[in-house]
Design a protein around this ligand. Structure first.
Ligand code: SF4
Length: 410
């Protein structure tokens, strides 16, 4: 979400004629987009803000702005704490000086893959999460506004749209007529020139049969889904206030696999949550081994002041144990991903090319696997066929098969 908002802001600044500086020292304007989902992230932003005090002293003309989750309604308190910061604006809002000058210049070309936010905030109050307190209750963007933005992005060259929300499965509940994510995907699927659609993040308690059918039936919706499980123990899920059991999660995954064969399911896991003894951690490992997720984002639990878990549950798993469990999940997942990627060697897969790194083009498959290949042609934003020759747990390497088509077009 923050990455999408940073990109949106950067694009608006480019519209106004700004160009990116190499460092804060060279900039006329510095905007910090803060994340406070973990305490360490919040501390990093605060330290950075204190560092910028020196810069403001050396260069009094520099404009400093802060956005993201650190900015709540009490901007007076923030101004007192960080008097050197010129502007504070909430996540998803636009800074006042940007509003005044909006629309004067032509918008820049978007990346092949563009993010579109469909809702802000969250109503779930998972016991460990600060998001509902900082980003507020869920607000869905109007259906027509999202469709319009997606059409415009595609008109300007985007090939893939990634819909974003803290919980995309509850999209539209607060709108007239209650359109849902499946309706939105079905509308966007009709945009000419759009090749791929993705969306994140899903919530297992809210994902509907209708959405699963939509993924199966709409040709542009990629066979990939992010479905955070967080833990493999019912007691821990209850303490997290996640609103589902392991059995419900397993049945949901089975239904998805049944309807969309070959789909890549990714997940998020928190290790070391209060009360997670060896046996309960073992249940998480069992679940990961059984489902064999395409990717697992794993984090060690750290209490966020202001959340129910920080208030009511003792942080009783020692840091060393959390670290060891995190490493164990990563080891297990690495072997699962290595085996999953190895079976792709020899096959040809469609890649949407997103950029160039270390002399090679890179892009992603519909299942969101990262693929590298070489070509002297301009492949950016193109859908190319790549024959996979090498695989590791993290990426694939291959040879382009559609070079002739590109040459003819160019
Ligand atoms: S669903 Fe839970 S973890 Fe996700 S943003 Fe909402 S409260 Fe946080």
């Amino acid at each position: 979400m923050n990455k999408a908002e940073s990109e949106r802001l950067a694009a608006r600044f480019e519209e106004l004629g700004y160009t990116a500086a190499q460092s804060a020292g060279e900039a006329d304007l510095v905007v910090l987009n803060s994340c406070v989902v973990r305490l360490s992230a919040e501390e990093r932003v605060v330290n950075k803000l204190y560092d910028l005090r020196h810069l403001k002293k050396e260069k009094p003309g520099i404009v400093l702005a802060l956005t993201g989750c650190l900015v709540d309604s009490d901007t007076a308190r923030l101004k007192k704490r960080f008097p050197h910061v010129d502007y504070f604006f909430k996540a998803g809002d636009s800074p006042p000086w940007l509003e005044k000058t909006a629309g004067l210049l032509l918008p820049p070309r978007p990346a092949p893959s563009a993010y579109v936010t469909i809702s802000q905030g969250c109503d779930n109050f998972c016991s460990y999460c600060i998001v509902p307190y900082r980003r507020g209750r869920e607000r869905s963007r109007p259906f027509a506004e999202i469709v319009c933005e997606a059409q415009e992005l595609v008109r300007r060259g985007a090939k893939e749209i990634i819909l974003l929300g803290q919980n995309v499965d509850s999209y539209g509940r607060d709108l007239a007529g209650k359109p849902d994510l499946a309706d939105l995907l079905s509308e966007l699927n009709g945009i000419e020139g759009l090749a791929r659609l993705r969306f994140l993040t899903n919530h297992p308690k809210d994902m509907s049969h209708k959405l699963i059918k939509a993924i199966a039936n709409l040709d542009k919706v990629c066979e990939q889904i992010n479905l955070p499980v967080q833990a493999g123990s019912d007691e821990i899920l209850k303490a997290m206030s996640r609103g589902y059991t392991v059995d419900r999660y397993r049945r949901l995954v089975a239904e998805i696999h049944e309807n969309v064969p070959g789909i890549a399911i990714t997940t998020d896991v928190i290790v070391g949550f209060p009360g997670e003894g060896e046996a309960r951690f073992g249940e998480t490992l069992d679940l990961l081994s059984a489902i064999k997720f395409a990717t697992v984002h794993v984090a060690a639990y750290s209490p966020r002041p202001g959340t129910a878990a920080a208030r009511d549950l003792p942080d009783d798993v020692p840091p060393g144990v959390k670290k060891a469990r995190l490493a164990e999940v990563e080891r297990l997942q690495e072997s699962i991903q290595a085996a999953d990627n190895a079976r792709l060697v020899g096959g040809t897969i469609e890649i949407l090319v997103e950029g160039r790194k270390n002399g090679k083009w890179y892009g992603r498959t519909r299942a969101d696997k990262l693929v590298f290949f070489s070509s002297d042609l301009d492949c950016l934003g193109r859908l190319v066929g790549v024959r996979i020759e090498k695989a590791s747990a993290w990426s694939l390497q291959g040879v382009i098969k559609t070079e002739n088509n590109i040459q003819e077009e160019q």
